[in-house]
Design a protein. Structure first.
Length: 260
């Protein structure tokens, strides 16, 4: 009798476990089937990635095209010299379809835009080609090339590099009263030859968030672009503040040191 009770109890216990297991499996299959048959929701309009703040003004439509012959040239497939600091053993930069891929031996490069306006006073538009250096990170240094149209092809007049965002990054290029205006982020930052100048004392800010920019004019004189007038530093956080001319010299004088 005792043996029969034990067998009956074991049978009930096994039956209960088996029933629970089957219920769980059934539930799992039901959920999987439901998930399998559920409609896939695809957003109708994927938001486009926002442009980096440091490039917004560069990509504005102003001066973005030209009726001159140079306006029809394809600068996305062109060979460019590299300025000091970015030169490579291979020599010149060759863009194909607006790109050059990054490799272990060389930096990447991407065509960004071209601005057209008369920068030499000859009544014809020059082209200001702006390339973005591919650093593999969030940095946004640029290269700028100025071309005129001569003998049915573009001829290079000037080229230079800029810094990265708040550290001398390129803000804007445009014409004004026959001169070329170049705006760089940072305090008293400007182009000298092929390069941007270094930071001045007190201009320590996060790269992402420039607080000032410098407006400098360059005029075509005796076959080259030369600085014309003062370098004006403007506050971004206080747009109503008066610009400060040649701030680097002022701070160096206060510190009793020459500007580097």
């Amino acid at each position: 009798m005792r043996t029969k009770r034990l067998r009956r109890a074991r049978g009930l216990k096994f039956g209960t476990i088996f029933a629970l297991a089957m219920a769980l499996v059934s539930c799992g299959l039901s959920e999987a089937e439901t998930a399998k048959n559920a409609p896939v929701v695809v957003p109708e309009n994927e938001p486009s990635p926002e442009l980096p703040a440091a490039q917004v003004e560069l990509l504005e439509p102003e001066n973005a095209d030209s009726d001159s012959l140079i306006g029809s040239y394809n600068f996305k497939d062109h060979t460019y010299p590299l300025p000091r600091g970015w030169q490579e053993a291979e020599g010149d930069l060759v863009l194909q379809n607006g790109f050059r891929r990054t490799t272990e031996e060389r930096i990447g490069m991407e065509y960004l835009t071209t601005k057209y306006f008369d920068a030499t006073g000859d009544g014809k538009d020059e082209a200001f080609v702006i390339l973005k250096i591919g650093t593999g990170g969030s940095a946004l240094p640029h290269l700028v090339y100025v071309f005129e149209w001569k003998d049915d092809k573009p001829e290079l007049l000037w080229y230079f590099r800029t810094g990265d965002r708040a550290d001398g990054g390129l803000k804007k290029i445009y014409p004004e009263d026959g001169a070329v205006v170049i705006e760089l982020f940072g305090q008293d930052r400007y182009i000298f030859g092929e390069m941007e100048t270094l930071k001045i004392t007190g201009d320590e800010v996060q790269l992402c968030c420039p607080t000032h920019f410098t407006r400098t004019r360059y005029r075509w004189t005796n076959g080259s672009f030369k600085m014309d007038g003062d370098r004006l530093t403007y506050s971004i956080v206080d747009p109503g503040a008066e610009p400060v001319p040649n701030l680097g010299e002022l701070k160096a004088k206060e510190a009793g040191e020459p500007r580097k």
